[in-house]
Write a new protein. Structure first.
Length: 363
């Protein structure tokens, strides 16, 4: 197991005037010395998760360069959190970690949650279902939370009936069930469920009741196929999965309402403006993980400094963050596609705002 060390000065070096460059990890193994630090545990060697882990690390280090100096950050990498995370966590503590952030995967987070007598503030970057005790916290990007938020926002506009379109994929079903549970809890009615299998005939004969919405429990590719065949008079809602890239083909998604991070849809958000961006820009899905890293650093600082009660809710780059029990919950920002671009619903729709990766010469 290789332990990688990023000191404060290395973090500063990552922050250039034009943004934050990819995290470069030293391959030198220092002499084991117990030095107070923040440990960042990520699967940087994993073929499946290395890109996601690198984006989180970049955001975390970028946030560490802003404001007052804090404990230095050490990044501990691994290949397989399922098999390595317990030993890696113990290694970080033995090396002097005063706080731990990570692991990233759901299985890795669950393994940490099962450990008895967690002694230092620990923030896992995924959802944990097991009962946990302080000082263990969780913070992630659960799509179920977004689906519930969409239900709440739709109900606030006076809509009462829903048509839900999804598939049998486990990920889509998680979105669908979360939306339906929240919708029913606030008094809404599910008029119809469509298990879309590519047959556009499934989308025929939809009700045109004025208080009805369509919820798409799917991704951008699925939405582009379905959108021309959906009733234009019914409002369409989705989660951030609908926003996959800065593509001109997003014109096909015009009018679809969704929720996403201020980092991607609110360029003038105070917290968004305060932190440097990745340079070069990352794909949309990795920008979300970069933003998760930024807010993870901010949250662990509040935990270390015992300032949670005063600072929450936190105006985060990933959304408004509050604490429920041991879990940091994130409320994403409402957004809509306008002229093929993702925009906050608070934006002036007569003015198309550009975000990193959105070129002005796009149609």
């Amino acid at each position: 197991m290789q332990r990688l060390f990023l000191s404060w000065m290395m973090g500063v070096a990552l922050c250039m005037s034009t943004g934050v460059h990819a995290v470069e990890l030293s391959t030198t193994i220092p002499t084991p010395i117990a030095v107070p630090h923040i440990a960042l545990l990520l699967p940087l060697k994993s073929p499946a998760f290395s890109a996601a882990a690198s984006a989180v690390a970049q955001g975390f280090i970028a946030a560490s360069t802003i404001g007052q100096k804090t404990l230095p950050v050490r990044v501990y990498d691994c290949t397989d959190e399922n098999n390595e995370i317990i030993a890696l966590y113990a290694q970080a503590l033995a090396s002097g970690a005063q706080a731990v952030v990570g692991p990233l995967t759901r299985k890795g987070a669950a393994l940490i949650a099962l450990q008895p007598n967690i002694k230092v503030p620990t923030l896992v970057l995924n959802t944990i279902e097991e009962n946990s005790e302080f000082p263990l916290y969780s913070f992630g990007m659960a799509v179920e939370a977004e689906a519930r938020l969409v239900a709440q926002q739709a109900a606030q506009t006076g809509l009462r009936n829903a048509i839900v379109i999804g598939s049998m994929s486990p990920f889509d079903l998680r979105m669908q069930f979360a939306f339906e549970e929240a919708w029913s809890a606030i008094g809404g009615t599910i008029n119809r469920e469509i298990e879309f299998n590519g047959d556009l005939g499934q989308l025929a004969d939809m009700t045109m009741q004025p208080d009805t919405l369509i919820f798409l429990a799917g991704n951008a590719q699925q939405a582009r196929v379905m959108r021309p065949y959906l009733p234009s008079k019914l409002p369409i809602y989705a989660t951030s999965q609908i926003f996959a890239n800065y593509s001109p083909t997003n014109f096909e998604l015009n009018g679809i309402r969704f929720v996403d991070m201020p980092w991607l849809v609110q360029a003038d958000h105070p917290a968004v403006r305060a932190y440097p961006r990745a340079n070069p820009p990352l794909p949309v899905e990795l920008e979300r993980l970069y933003a998760l890293g930024v807010d993870a650093f901010r949250l662990i600082q509040l935990v270390i400094q015992n300032q949670l009660s005063d600072a929450l809710p936190l105006n985060g780059v990933s959304g408004e963050i509050r604490l429920s029990g041991h879990q940091f919950l994130r409320s994403a920002a409402p957004a809509v596609f306008v002229q093929g671009r993702a925009q906050s619903t608070d934006a002036d729709t007569t003015e198309v705002r550009l975000f990193p990766g959105q070129a002005r010469n796009q149609p």
